[in-house]
Write a protein that binds this ligand. Structure first.
Ligand SMILES: *[C@@H]1O[C@H](CO)[C@@H](O)[C@H](O)[C@H]1NC(C)=O
Ligand SMILES: *[C@@H]1O[C@H](CO)[C@@H](O)[C@H](O)[C@H]1NC(C)=O
Ligand SMILES: *[C@@H]1O[C@H](CO)[C@@H](O)[C@H](O)[C@H]1NC(C)=O
Ligand SMILES: *[C@@H]1O[C@H](CO)[C@@H](O)[C@H](O)[C@H]1NC(C)=O
Ligand SMILES: *[C@@H]1O[C@H](CO)[C@@H](O)[C@H](O)[C@H]1NC(C)=O
Ligand SMILES: *[C@@H]1O[C@H](CO)[C@@H](O)[C@H](O)[C@H]1NC(C)=O
Ligand SMILES: *[C@@H]1O[C@H](CO)[C@@H](O)[C@H](O)[C@H]1NC(C)=O
Ligand SMILES: *[C@@H]1O[C@H](CO)[C@@H](O)[C@H](O)[C@H]1NC(C)=O
Ligand SMILES: *[C@@H]1O[C@H](CO)[C@@H](O)[C@H](O)[C@H]1NC(C)=O
Ligand SMILES: *[C@@H]1O[C@H](CO)[C@@H](O)[C@H](O)[C@H]1NC(C)=O
Ligand SMILES: *[C@@H]1O[C@H](CO)[C@@H](O)[C@H](O)[C@H]1NC(C)=O
Length: 352
């Protein structure tokens, strides 16, 4: 009834899926909204970033490198070894309690393709052929035409978990793994995985896509920004503000999002605005230290009208003499951001 792949059997089973039933890989969701999600793609053969970019209709290879914390200098044609999981970042939409990639990837049917081949082999079982047929309104799964464009509905989710905004990651379960190991690796709990996925260790199958919620770094992005809430999980980076800004998250940096000018070509603006706080005294991501206060010029969002927001965020590393039991008194640190000002920078040169 379900996938039960071991690496050795994987290839054999892939060729027999035509007549076998596949379990659904759909994620349930409650909040009808859109967001960004991640999913593992595990190619059975060696592949390249260019190939993955095309397969998943990703606009920019940068976004794949960012989701995998790989250097921006990685060449598009570099080889990715067989069976190496690569995280794909994609837009997600929750409708009718089901989370699906938002009208992408788009796959063009090739000669000799069948729906089940596309689902099980081309997209390595991340979807079932029934799901592809359903979202594309295909009445007869044996009738698809060469050149036909198909929306591949990848599983995803936008729900908060325990009241916290998270990034949902579709993790492909490896043979021999367990809920506890997965929870440990991705900083969540077995209970959360059980609740989100309705699984337990005895029902967990290799090849299954598990909804794993990832904690994101705290950011200074304001609620009226186009990219609010900007959620970047541990050990990944993300391009925002039409690629002008690059934000990275590292749990080791106390879950504080760090954003600076990306240095890459903007995607929708002709040029990136100068990103400075308070009349140019500080550039984005620069800090000044005054006594034991550290003031950073932080990214605070963008608007469609060619503007990028910045804010001065001050954190104190002064020893605190507070009541016992207080977090700050135990660590000798307080990590509270004080928003001194919200400063709007206009893109003056966008007409160039
Ligand atoms: C992997 O390689 C084999 C043999 O080279 C080929 O038959 C198969 O179609 C390839 N699979 C994918 C998904 O490219
Ligand atoms: C990858 O592309 C670069 C130029 O973009 C080229 O110099 C190099 O030979 C290519 N490598 C392979 C393995 O195709
Ligand atoms: C959502 O469900 C309703 C009722 O079941 C249905 O009419 C509608 O087409 C569904 N919408 C989508 C996008 O599937
Ligand atoms: C963050 O990611 C690193 C590298 O993957 C990992 O070692 C660390 O445990 C993660 N931290 C948390 C809190 O998830
Ligand atoms: C695990 O889940 C399966 C299917 O949902 C169920 O039949 C089984 O009783 C569960 N096992 C345990 C130990 O909870
Ligand atoms: C940062 O986020 C963590 C959890 O996501 C939260 O516990 C902490 O209070 C946040 N810190 C600040 C300064 O917002
Ligand atoms: C994060 O906080 C810990 C203690 O809470 C502190 O030791 C560490 O220096 C902080 N890291 C940074 C980068 O400020
Ligand atoms: C690009 O800018 C145009 C005009 O400002 C806008 O209509 C469009 O939605 C933008 N596209 C993206 C991807 O932001
Ligand atoms: C701010 O950062 C820029 C480069 O990003 C650097 O050239 C400049 O010296 C920094 N300014 C301060 C005050 O640190
Ligand atoms: C640090 O900031 C606090 C307010 O957060 C202020 O009361 C204090 O005077 C500042 N200390 C220094 C040395 O600037
Ligand atoms: C751009 O939008 C922001 C809010 O989104 C607003 O405060 C600002 O005045 C606008 N600027 C222009 C030039 O319209």
């Amino acid at each position: 009834m379900g996938f039960h792949f071991t690496p050795l059997l994987l290839t054999l089973l892939l060729f027999s899926t035509l007549h076998s039933r596949s379990s659904s890989q759909t994620f349930k969701c409650n909040t009808p909204t859109t967001c960004h999600s991640l999913i593992d793609y595990i190619s059975p053969n060696a592949t390249t970033f260019s190939h993955i970019k095309t397969l998943f209709s990703v606009k920019n290879i940068h976004s794949i490198l960012a989701a995998n914390n790989l250097p921006l200098s990685t060449l598009p044609n570099s080889t990715i070894p067989a069976s190496q999981p690569i995280k794909i970042s994609f837009p997600c939409m929750c409708i009718n309690n089901t989370g699906h990639s938002n009208k992408q990837p788009i796959y063009t049917v090739q000669k000799d393709d069948g729906l089940s081949h596309i689902a099980a082999e081309v997209f390595s079982g991340l979807v079932t052929y029934q799901e592809i047929a359903a979202v594309n309104n295909i009445p007869d799964v044996n009738l698809i035409k060469v050149g036909q464009k198909l929306w591949i509905p990848l599983p995803c989710n936008c729900d908060d978990v325990d009241g916290v905004k998270v990034v949902h990651y579709g993790h492909v379960v490896e043979a021999g793994s367990s809920l506890e190991l997965i929870a440990q690796e991705y900083g969540t709990s077995t209970d959360t995985l059980v609740k989100l996925n309705g699984v337990n260790d005895s029902s967990l199958l290799a090849g299954q896509v598990l909804d794993v919620p990832l904690q994101a770094c705290n950011s200074s992005v304001s609620s009226d920004s186009v990219d609010y809430p900007l959620l970047v999980p541990n050990k990944t980076y993300f391009f925002t503000a039409n690629n002008c800004v690059k934000c990275k998250c590292d749990a080791a940096n106390n879950w504080t999002l760090q954003c600076d000018a990306s240095g890459i070509k903007p995607s929708n603006w002709s040029t990136c605005p100068a990103m400075q706080c308070e009349g140019g005294l500080l550039s984005i991501d620069n800090s000044t230290t005054s006594g034991c206060n550290i003031t950073t010029c932080a990214y605070a969002g963008f608007s469609k009208n060619q503007s990028i927001f910045t804010t001065l965020a001050t954190r104190s590393i002064c020893p605190v003499t507070a009541a016992p039991g207080n977090y700050a008194s135990r660590t000798g640190l307080s990590w509270n951001y004080l928003f001194i000002s919200l400063h709007l920078i206009l893109l003056l040169v966008y007409l160039l």
